[in-house]
Design a protein around this ligand. Structure first.
Ligand SMILES: [Zn+2]
Length: 76
């Protein structure tokens, strides 16, 4: 709730261009969009065009990392 309100409040007055960059698979593309509202859509368009096979990382790898981290802690 609070987060949605904050995003809306931020996006409304900001008319300055927003710089975007992509780092998927070593992609170094960077471009700008007219407003923060267009960020997400622009990223989606870029991914669809340049990284059609890319999928959002799921929470699963994070769980693996946490298990690995705790395992390392036990070794010490
Ligand atoms: Zn890219």
């Amino acid at each position: 709730m609070l987060r949605v309100w904050t995003e809306a409040g931020y996006a409304a007055p900001a008319m300055a261009p927003v710089q975007l960059s992509c780092e998927i698979d070593g992609c170094t593309a960077s471009w700008s969009v007219a407003s923060p509202k267009l960020m997400k859509k622009s990223m989606d368009v870029h991914r669809a065009e340049f990284h059609p096979g890319w999928v959002k990382p799921d929470p699963a790898p994070m769980t693996a990392y946490r298990l690995d981290f705790s395992g390392r802690g036990r070794q010490f």
